[in-house]
Every structure is written in structure tokens, then in C-alpha cells.
Write a protein that binds this ligand. Structure first.
Ligand SMILES: *Cc1c(COP(=O)(O)O)cnc(C)c1O
Ligand code: SF4
Length: 441
């Protein structure tokens, strides 16, 4: 028997919910569903954020956010849709606010082992913006802009405009750079699978989606492609009202299918409240065209790190025909220490989520350990010391013989270990001990 509580995943936010935000009160449904309206009213600086939230939050919160953005590696970019999903009566606790609007008062110092490109994507890049790490697949960063900017972005080394805190690598959507990437892919017959990310495909023009999609489909050995986009989570309206883009995308999927090639959409929902009736309609439109949709989430403290929220996310994604694929352990990213969780949280969550629904809708919890070993199942560590927070992974199919360490946030450790992390000599000793333990395992 189902208890009523377990059907909560079907209760999607509907109606004119944006009316709760003073700045969007009286905005018609037609306008709110119009992707151009969403893009035009997207907030790109703190002053405008202040203006939009006037009357919804205290001045003190806005000051806190202003200071939060000053030290952040990412620019401000928040869609009206996202702003409307935040419960502004509790801005500090709200899980959507936490992901997009940093506040200075909760910030923690970065982990001492943090580097800007923590995944070393640039080290495995034969062409700027093309990472070839795994034998048969490559990651193509097509552009450097997104419909919104996320705090947890792993690619803050390249995505979005330069910030006070960070100057970025250029991966603009330039034909010459794309050509070099296509040539490289064409020259490597082992490449069957191309991930198109960025930046975000939502920001490609319809003709760019076609050019890119068709160029890759024309390479005989490319068999699979995925367009990775935050768009469905932050601006699903585009799928309902940008017909030119929708047709271009579905056109690439169809052309692929006729050639026996799989083209999918990978979304990025992190919290169940990011899935509304608008999302459902958007996903239905894709589903009715036969598009396969999979979701990748980032595990974040106080956002989706409880079994209740993660279960609800998994069930709600499944309900709108989005297959939960991965939940990522949060990478070591500048200015986001308070969003990270220890590895043990991911291990516990995986245990509790598995069995809730269909196996093919059960995400794999992975950690992309710093140094370029690629994704590993969180529970597959060679060694994990919960006291020092160091986990060690091996990646025999990617970098045989090497070990990769991940580091739990220091503030989640006992005081003694926090002291050890403060001391550069102790730090190295703990890492050496962890590597030794892994070699002996
Ligand atoms: C994640 C990733 C891929 C795709 O990996 P899957 O496990 O197949 O989803 C490919 N290349 C790079 C560099 C990646 O980080
Ligand atoms: S949409 Fe993706 S690439 Fe863009 S900022 Fe967010 S996580 Fe980074």
C-alpha cells in the first residue's frame, strides 16, 4: 500500500506562482511562458536582484548577497522562473537560493587542496574546450555562456564572464575552434560518444544547434551524442515557446535516429521544486518526439543531501520521463565549501535511494576525483578515512596505476583533524598515509 506521503512527487507546482514575487506580480501566463520574456528579465547584476526582491527580503539579506558575490568565481545570472521558485520568506534556508545566490555570512574557507580546474579537464584537452579522457568518449565545450550561472559550476575556470576572483580560459562558440574539435574527433576512430556541454546548449542559436549536431552526426564513427543543459531546470519555457530552437534540436535527434545514432538530452535538476507543471509540459513535448532525457544532479549540503529530498527528486524526475542517471559528489570548487558534503553522505544516500523505484531510474552516485581520474562510484574507494575525510580512488580503465584523492569539507571533521588540515606538514602526512593505505588495500 502506498502511503499518501509517498505520492508527493506528483504534486507539481502550478498556477501563476510567480505572482508571489512583487516584481512579477501581474505578469501574464503568456509572458511568463515566453522564453524571450524570461531571457529579457533575467537578472545579471546585484542591483537588479535587489530591485526584483524589494519587499520580499530584508535589506540585510541583500547586503549579505552583495558581499557573497564579490568573492564568487561566477557572475550573477538568475532567470525570473528560478527567482519565482524560491521561498523568499526563508531566503537563508531555501535550496534554490543556496545554489545560485551566495551569501557572505555562510561562506567557509576553500579546502587547502583546491585548484581552479579541479578535474584537470584542460590537461586532457587536445584542442581548447575538447576533453578526451575516456577511451571512446569526449567532452566538447561548445560555448562559454549559460542561461543562468550556478555556484557549484565545475567549469568556473572557463564558463561565464571574467570575475574579480577569476580570469577565464576562452571557449567561445567560434567556428574556427569548433572546426578544430570536429577535425580531432574525425581523426580518432575510437570516439563513439560526444558530450556537448559548455556553457550550455540552451544559449546556442537554432542554426548553431543544427551545424554542431549535423557535423558530429556526419562523422561515421560517432554513434552517440548528448546535449547537456541546465535549461530544462532553469528555463523550461524555451522548449514550449522557442519553436525554432525546438525544431532544430528535435531535427538533430531525428536525423540521428534515421542513421541509427542515439542523440539524448541530459538535464540538471538538483531539487524536486525545480520540477513544475511547466517542466512537465516541456518534458512531455520532448518525450512525444521520442527524445531520451537523462538527469545528472550535483549533491549539495542543505539542498538535496537527505534521503527524503533525494527520493522525491528521483521519483519526480521519473514521473516526468526524465531518467535519473548520476548524482555527483560536489567537486572542489572555489567559494562553495559550504555546499559540499562528505563522501559518507553520498554513500548513505545511495543505500537509501536504491530500491525506491525502477533500477533504470536509480541514479549512480559518483565522484569525479581531482586530478583527472574521471567518475568513480562513490562506494568504490580503495581507502576512506572518515576522520581525515580523505578518500582514495583508482581508475584502471582511465589512468591505470594512479590514485586519486577526494577531500571531505574540513568543517565536517572533528576538531583535531581540522587542526591537522591547518598545518601544511600534517596535511601532506595525512595524504601520504591515505595513499599508502590505498596501495596496501
Ligand atoms: C562525464 C564525462 C564524460 C561522460 O561520461 P559518462 O560516464 O559516460 O556519462 C565524458 N568525458 C568527460 C571528460 C567527462 O567528464
Ligand atoms: S549551467 Fe552548467 S556550465 Fe553553466 S554555470 Fe551552471 S553548471 Fe556551469
Amino acid at each position: 500500500m502506498e502511503s499518501p506521503a509517498s505520492l508527493e512527487h506528483r504534486e507539481l507546482k502550478g498556477g501563476d506562482f510567480w505572482n508571489a514575487i512583487p516584481a512579477f506580480r501581474g505578469v501574464s501566463r503568456d509572458d511568463f511562458l515566453d522564453h524571450r520574456w524570461q531571457a529579457k528579465h533575467t537578472i545579471t547584476n546585484v542591483t537588479k536582484l535587489l530591485a526584483a526582491l524589494k519587499g520580499s527580503v530584508d535589506e540585510s539579506f541583500i547586503r549579505d548577497a552583495e558581499r557573497g558575490f564579490q568573492s564568487a568565481p561566477m557572475a550573477v545570472r538568475v532567470s525570473p522562473y528560478l527567482l519565482s521558485l524560491v521561498d523568499w520568506t526563508m531566503p537563508y534556508e531555501d535550496p534554490i537560493r543556496r545554489q545560485f545566490i551566495p551569501v557572505a555570512s555562510t561562506q567557509l574557507p576553500d579546502h587547502p587542496k583546491l585548484t581552479l580546474d579541479s578535474l584537470s579537464e584542460q590537461d586532457d584537452a587536445p584542442v581548447p574546450g575538447l576533453t578526451h579522457r575516456y577511451p571512446d568518449k569526449a567532452l566538447f565545450l561548445a560555448l562559454d555562456t549559460c542561461p543562468v550561472y550556478c555556484r557549484f559550476c565545475t567549469r568556473s575556470y572557463a564558463v561565464g564572464p571574467d570575475q574579480v576572483a577569476v580570469e577565464k580560459l576562452s571557449i567561445k562558440a567560434r567556428p574556427s575552434r569548433w572546426e578544430r574539435a570536429f577535425e580531432y574527433i574525425a581523426s580518432r576512430p575510437e570516439l563513439e560518444d560526444i558530450v556537448i556541454s559548455g556553457g550550455d546548449a540552451w544559449n546556442l542559436r537554432a542554426n548553431q544547434v543544427e551545424t554542431l549536431g549535423n557535423a558530429l552526426l556526419d562523422i561515421p564513427h560517432v554513434r552517440r551524442m548528448r546535449f547537456a543543459s541546465k535549461g530544462p531546470a532553469v528555463m523550461p519555457q524555451k522548449l514550449l515557446t522557442d519553436d525554432e530552437w525546438f525544431r532544430a534540436f528535435v531535427g538533430v535527434v531525428e536525423r540521428g535516429r534515421r542513421r541509427g545514432k542515439d542523440v539524448a538530452l541530459h538535464t540538471h535538476f538538483n531539487h524536486p521544486s525545480e520540477i513544475t507543471e511547466i517542466t512537465r509540459d516541456a518534458m512531455n513535448r520532448l518525450f512525444s518526439e521520442g527524445v531520451v532525457i537523462r538527469n545528472q544532479s550535483v549533491l549539495q549540503r542543505f539542498v538535496n543531501d537527505t534521503p527524503e529530498v533525494m527520493t522525491l527528486l528521483v521519483k519526480r524526475c521519473s514521473y516526468v520521463n526524465v531518467h535519473p542517471y548520476y548524482v555527483y559528489q560536489h567537486d572542489l570548487v572555489q567559494g562553495t565549501e559550504e555546499l559540499r558534503t562528505p563522501v559518507r553522505t553520498a554513500v548513505e544516500l545511495e543505500k537509501k535511494v536504491r530500491g525506491v523505484t525502477a533500477g533504470y531510474n536509480t541514479p549512480t552516485f559518483v565522484v569525479d576525483a581531482p586530478g583527472g581520474g574521471g567518475k568513480r562510484g562513490v562506494h568504490s574507494y580503495e581507502h576512506y578515512n572518515k576522520r581525515t575525510g580523505i578518500s582514495v580512488y583508482a581508475a584502471p580503465a582511465v589512468k591505470p596505476g594512479q590514485y586519486f584523492m577526494y577531500f571531505d569539507p574540513v568543517d565536517t571533521l572533528d576538531e583535531t583533524e581540522q587542526w591537522c588540515w591547518d598545518d601544511p606538514v600534517e596535511r601532506e602526512r595525512m595524504c601520504e598515509a591515505a595513499l599508502d593505505a590505498a596501495r596496501e588495500a
